[in-house]
Design a protein around this ligand. Structure first.
Ligand SMILES: [Zn+2]
Length: 426
């Protein structure tokens, strides 16, 4: 009996060695000669060197200032740009498959995290709809073999019709190990009942008892002021009814709260009333399922969207949202990139690049939009060891053929994506 077990153990040990991922990061990698945009407020480094050892950044700087370890594998990236992997501060990794749902399982979550990763989104803050399998993936990612996007989770979007029900639901998510508590304060353009203030107050109180930050879905300026005064920790969508005013600006700045625009969420509500321009972008098509595009192009579907009151309402709301980003960026409010991708027809991976372009159209500089999608986003979701290219952080980065500081569209010129120093399979 014992020998059989020993043999089995030896055999499984051997299999483990044989099955170890090729190129799993051990030892050092040195990226040599690139322009490095590090995700902080520092100016880009020209002709830089970045060294990763055992999955984490060991050193980074101008070529003369960095010693390359003798045993390092050197990668010539001269003429290219390296920047941190993108962080989506508001996405959903869940049960969507095609244009349907109900597929919440580890395989489908890994498919979505692989898709995000191939587009250079190396971390996703999944704000709601997260179940046990998502929590398990979150727990298993602090590892130098990782080659898919990192996920952080909120559990269920908290609802309830009494203070006690709300507190119980917050506790359930907290017990599972949620990173955020997510709540909606919205009436869906007048179609539903908004969460009453006393329930929201109970939610914030209970979340803070459990030492968890509260991320709020909202729409209206008045609600934004209310939730900030009540102790909310993250604004997960744009204010879309009115221009932001000085009272809101002082509140959000004084409290140091981050604001996530999710402009492409609005786009997804009306853009399929016709054929969107991005349906002919090769960078979109390389991952798109033709069957989904055919379905989105059917005349019945298009006319339903054209005649939908909410679609047309959100189209107007997008204009307000865009103007508000410009105003908030001008006064130095912390803006984090987020898309609300994951639900059907909100395309994970591609929409994050579109979001950055729209942030620039709204008045941010390309470097502002890059920081919002890297260092600031990491800070806003309380993840300390990704988001910037600094010693000690995980080696999560993208290598670009062209410089995104010159044209934000160049974030789409990805040549390779690295997570914990492992090249993401194409
Ligand atoms: Zn969302």
């Amino acid at each position: 009996m014992r020998t059989t077990i020993t043999r089995l153990l030896t055999l499984s040990g051997l299999l483990l060695i044989l099955c170890a991922p090729v190129g799993a990061n051990e030892g050092s990698l040195a990226f040599v000669g690139a322009r490095i945009i590090d995700g902080t407020a520092n100016a880009p480094i020209e002709d830089g060197v970045l060294v990763i050892t055992d999955g984490r950044i060991r050193s980074v700087g101008p070529r003369d200032a960095v010693t390359i370890p003798e045993d390092a594998q050197q990668i010539d990236v001269s003429g290219k740009t390296i920047m941190p992997g993108l962080i989506n501060a508001h996405g959903h990794v869940g049960g969507t498959l095609g244009l349907g749902g109900g597929q919440y399982n580890t395989g489908n979550l890994l498919r979505q995290l692989g898709l995000y990763a191939r587009y250079g989104i190396t971390t996703v803050n999944s704000l709601g709809g997260d179940e046990e399998q998502g929590f398990a993936l979150r727990n298993s990612q602090f590892d130098s073999d990782l080659d898919r996007a990192r996920i952080f989770v909120a559990g269920s979007v908290v609802v309830g019709d009494s203070e006690q029900a709300i507190r119980d639901e917050v506790n359930r998510n907290a017990d599972m190990g949620a990173n955020f508590i997510k709540v909606r304060v919205d009436d869906n353009l007048g179609a539903t009942q908004k969460m009453p203030q006393n329930l929201f107050d109970a939610l914030v109180d209970q979340a803070h008892i459990r030492r968890l930050p509260v991320a709020v879905h909202l729409f209206y300026l008045e609600d934004a002021k209310y939730i900030l005064n009540a102790g909310a920790d993250l604004i997960a969508h744009s204010i879309r009814d009115l221009p932001v005013d000085s009272e809101f600006i002082s509140l959000i700045k004084d409290k140091g709260i981050c604001y996530i625009p999710t402009l492409t969420r609005e786009v997804s509500t009306f853009v399929y009333e016709g054929e969107p321009e991005f349906f002919s972008d090769p960078y979109f098509l390389k991952e798109a399922d033709p069957a989904i595009l055919e379905e989105l192009k059917t005349p019945e579907r298009q006319s339903r969207m054209r005649n939908s009151r909410s679609a047309q309402g959100y189209k107007l709301a997008l204009q307000v949202a865009m103007a508000n980003i410009g105003a908030l960026n001008d006064v130095g409010v912390k803006i984090a990139m987020g898309t609300d991708t994951g639900p059907p027809a909100r395309f994970q991976g591609y929409f994050e690049h579109m979001e950055m372009q729209m942030m620039v159209e709204a008045g941010m500089s390309p470097l502002d939009a890059i920081r919002a999608s890297t260092g600031i986003a990491a800070d806003c979701i309380n993840v300390g060891d990704v988001g910037t290219l600094e010693p000690g952080k995980w080696g999560d980065l993208i290598v670009l053929a062209a410089n995104p500081a010159e044209d934000i569209e160049n974030t789409k010129s990805i040549e390779s994506v690295w997570i914990a120093g492992n090249r993401v399979p194409e």
